[in-house]
Design a protein around this ligand. Sequence first.
Ligand SMILES: Nc1ncnc2c1ncn2[C@@H]1O[C@H](COP(=O)(O)OP(=O)(O)OP(=O)(O)O)[C@@H](O)[C@H]1O
Ligand SMILES: [Mg+2]
Length: 244
Amino acid sequence: MSNAVEISGVSMRFNMAKEKVDSIKEYLIKFFTHKLFFDEFMALNDINLTIEAGEVFGLIGLNGCGKSTLLKIISGIYKPSTGSVKVTGTIAPLIELGAGFDMDLTARENIYLNGSVLGYSKEYIDNKFDEIVDFTELHQFIDVPMKNFSSGMVARVGFAIATVTKPDILIVDEILSVGDFLFQEKCEKRISDLMSGGTTVIIVSHSIDQIKRLCDRVAWIEKGKIKMIGETEEVCNLYTQTSN
Ligand SMILES: Nc1ncnc2c1ncn2[C@@H]1O[C@H](COP(=O)(O)OP(=O)(O)OP(=O)(O)O)[C@@H](O)[C@H]1O
Ligand SMILES: [Mg+2]
């Protein structure tokens, strides 16, 4: 079995004082929450993790433990402060709701924009356009600016684009949870289809039921460190027991 992702000694240090502040509001929030005074924060601390090709791998842990930061490092959005990440194959990252979309543009325009970010040609998207829209079931909203979409509708568009082609690695950060149960079932079905075609899936979810349904193995992250890696049932049960 070959490895899809190899993470060795990865740490992520955020320098809060040097963070760019875009607005007075943001500045005041940071000021009053004392974030301006924390100059260093270790969001991840010496993470070592290997994910095999074809595996469905789950990341669980409490809010702020570092799950999304780790996914961003795997996707190449962040460069780790120390350590290295080796990724084999193409990645479709579904990290934050609406990331990769311009909310002033319509869903149609965003399908082309996001498609080009994922490396698809215009011709390819032309061919796949109807299939993408069918998956979203948002036919009558396709020419509406996405700022008027609900979070579930945004997630539908994101998931449909990311999975229209078979990526080697699909990264899904929480976005399924904003979809209604029918859409979640549809996404889980598509994830299963991708899995049977050999795609590696890395999934973050606060729904332990969803993690148990989908994942082969799970890593539990606590305050930026791996607390436990192992078989899904075992890690999830210990997590829910001890986090209470
Ligand atoms: N760009 C950034 N600058 C500074 N700090 C950051 C940045 N991104 C994340 N952090 C901090 O790193 C820590 C981990 O954040 P992260 O988003 O990875 O958590 P998470 O496990 O995904 O949480 P959640 O379950 O709420 O999504 C948090 O304390 C967060 O404030
Ligand atoms: Mg997160």
